[in-house]
Design a protein around this ligand. Structure first.
Ligand SMILES: *Cc1c(COP(=O)(O)O)cnc(C)c1O
Length: 488
């Protein structure tokens, strides 16, 4: 935890009073932190002398406070990536003008119409979408729309693989396969009265630096081809996926994954609910399979990952992508979701009940006023232990770590907040709070639902003020200072 989040956790009475007033579960966001994260990405741009925009991938969090805080940043530097008509309307309402908005993902005609109407850049998902957009522009006299062509299925020859190994990037349902790029560029030319090609784009759902480096270099080469055809694209949009390091120490992460393997083999007591292996299984005394978990510790994440990507020599031209972009005077656009939301918030749950599991000595079930949809760490394979905030201040201690299973508020056997055995410093009591930190990227509201009519979490924005915190409902936050008061 970085300081703002860490010091917020130190304010346990404040967090208790928020949950007393607003109920459990409760999401708490730090809008200042997302602006600081954007600034860290900008610092990488400056180091590489690059221009272009950081577009926040809105889907990582529904918050208004986060969007409004980013809208207050320099329009030339920070924008927003929207993937639905509702996200587009929300971004406009939060203060983003159309020219700072990138519309991604598959789009229906209403979404295309509104994006073109407000002058957003349309990140084209398919050829069909391009045809539809061009027709809408003509029919409704919308003015020429800026478009990026999103590419996928990058293929390249790996120079280091000896006899030129063919490497294909991850298959994707989104974007146009690179081998069909000619067709799309011809269509762009055909629709020149309705669209302007401003760049090429990709978004690869991988942590692999080499794979992304190859795609970026390929785009640089394709930009030359576009120019040779008389098109004038200026930007390469390399999507998101810069990632977050949830665990500070590599060793800590290795220790846990090793222990999981041992537990799967029966060499130590289970670390998970009913021996779940997170993808690992015991086949006659040997561990098989692979761990389906988000890499908890990452040597490069967020801005550091971007820096690394721009610095590693690319396979064909042998130069760093950062240098290639600079020499060609291309703008670089990025669309970080998770990485911009890093350290931006936490999710709170009230402890409702504590009792023995009946399945082993000294193991307990802790039932929370929240369910697996409210803090969907498990969905993404993110292993973050909650922090215990006792109701009456710190416990006397002495008990030592206690292994507990965290279960949710649904009448569903599968409603476990995490399938891991979580070790808390002491056995919690009804009324205590558990704080799940760093949940703002995807873990907060992406999977939230209304099953059993359980309450959806409310979300508050908090801003530090000296030693104390000011708060307001997420929807009431604006990034301005009122006369006689601080923001919020
Ligand atoms: C989801 C998504 C992102 C954000 O990905 P992160 O891993 O959160 O950075 C960016 N661009 C597109 C097109 C996406 O679908």
């Amino acid at each position: 935890m970085d300081p703002p989040l860490a010091s917020l956790l130190g304010a346990a009475p404040f967090l208790h009073s928020l949950v007393d007033a607003l109920g459990s579960p409760l999401n708490v966001l730090l809008p200042e932190t997302i602006a600081e994260n954007a600034e860290r990405f900008r610092a990488v741009y400056r180091r590489h002398h690059l221009t272009g925009r950081v577009y926040f991938a809105h889907k990582a969090n529904r918050s208004s406070a986060l969007l409004r805080r980013l809208a207050a940043e320099d329009p030339a530097h920070v924008g927003v990536d929207v993937a639905s008509p509702a996200e587009l309307r929300h971004a406009l309402g939060c203060g983003f003008t159309g020219d700072r908005i990138m519309a991604t993902g598959p789009k229906d005609p209403e979404f295309l119409w509104l994006a073109a109407r407000v002058g957003a850049t349309v990140n084209l998902d398919s050829l069909r979408e391009l045809d539809q957009l061009a027709e809408l522009v003509r029919t409704y006299k919308l003015g020429r729309a800026d478009v990026l062509v999103r590419l996928s299925g990058f293929e390249s020859v790996d120079g280091h693989g000896g006899a030129g190994t063919r490497l294909l990037s991850r298959r994707s349902r989104f974007g146009t396969p690179v081998r069909e790029v000619e067709t799309v560029l011809s269509a762009v030319e055909r629709h020149a009265d309705a669209v302007t090609l401003t760049g090429l784009a990709y978004h690869l759902d991988t942590t692999g630096l080499a794979e992304k480096g190859r795609a970026l270099e390929r785009c640089v080469l394709l930009m030359d081809e576009c120019r040779a055809r008389g098109l004038a694209p200026r930007a390469i949009d390399i999507g998101g996926g810069f990632g977050v390091g949830y665990v500070a120490e590599a060793e800590e992460w290795e220790r846990w994954t090793t222990a999981l393997s041992e537990a799967v083999l029966g060499g130590r007591p289970p670390l998970t609910w009913r021996g779940h292996g997170y993808g690992l299984r015991n086949e006659g005394g040997t561990v098989r399979g692979s761990v389906a978990l988000y890499p908890g510790h990452r040597p490069h994440a967020g801005p550091g990952y971007l820096d690394e990507l721009l610095s590693l020599p690319a396979p064909v031209l042998g130069r760093a992508p950062g240098t290639l972009l600079l020499e060609h005077l291309h703008d670089l656009h990025i669309e970080p979701g998770r990485a911009l939301a890093d350290q931006c918030g936490l999710s709170l749950a009230r402890v409702l009940d504590v009792r023995p599991t009946g399945e082993g000595p000294d193991q307990y079930l802790v039932r929370l006023g929240m369910n697996a949809g409210d803090v969907s760490l498990e969905e993404h394979g993110v292993l973050v232990d909650p922090v215990l905030l006792p109701r009456g201040g710190p416990e006397d201690g002495g008990q030592g770590p206690v292994g507990v299973h965290l279960v949710g508020n649904l009448c569903l056997e599968a409603d476990l907040i995490t399938r891991r055995l979580v070790f808390l410093p002491a056995l919690p009591r009804a009324g205590d709070l558990l704080a799940f930190v760093n949940t703002a990227g995807y873990a907060m509201d992406f999977h939230a639902h209304r099953a059993q009519r359980q309450p959806l979490a409310r979300t508050v924005a908090v801003v530090g003020e000296g030693d104390s915190w000011r708060w307001c409902m997420d929807e009431d936050y604006w990034p301005i200072t009122h006369p006689g008061g601080k923001p919020v």
